[in-house]
Design a protein around this ligand. Sequence first.
Ligand code: SF4
Length: 215
Amino acid sequence: MKSAKGKINTIISRLKKKYPEELRTRLHYKNPWELLVATMLSAQSQDAQVNKVTPALFGKYPNIKDYLDRRPQDLYPYVRTLGLYRNKSKNIIKAAHYIHDNFDSRLPKHMEQLVQIPGVGRKTANVVQGNAFGVTEGIAIDTHCITVANRLFLFNTKNAEKIEKDMMKFVPKKEWVNATHLLIALGRDVCTARRKYCEDCVLNDICPSSTVKKS
Ligand code: SF4
């Protein structure tokens, strides 16, 4: 991991230059609750698909309290184009109740409290913290990050929490939120799960998994 620590500033700086427009979540939201809901809906769905359904959902149910008297089925018409929408709807309603009962209907900022909310794991908590509150206690690791981090840092694991803990050792804390966005951008662009396009990658001279021959 020592070599990764040495390389990380170069990696972050190159990716920031390549993907400057990706330094924030693509999900649309107006407050922390909306970001939490959008992030929960984004599991195994594309951000663009989520952004298509959330304006109507948030228009109908703008506040946490609006979800308290609702059943999961009430959300189905708004989210049924997304995968796992039944489960996601159930978790959103449960989350609203939990936040109402335990945090006076205000979304908490801290990881320890966020991960108690039904349907909220470390990844979702990190996204909400970093983007809505400007708080960083970890690095959000999604499936793109798992793919890219394994190729770039040779982790050899699919365990998101293990990758997060390891990356927190060598990525400077001020870059934790950016690291997520940049790895996702790379994963969407050239380092996809199905195929890596190393010839078009700005890291192809320093990545140990690059297929580009070094001269
Ligand atoms: S060089 Fe290839 S394997 Fe390495 S990060 Fe870029 S696309 Fe992925």
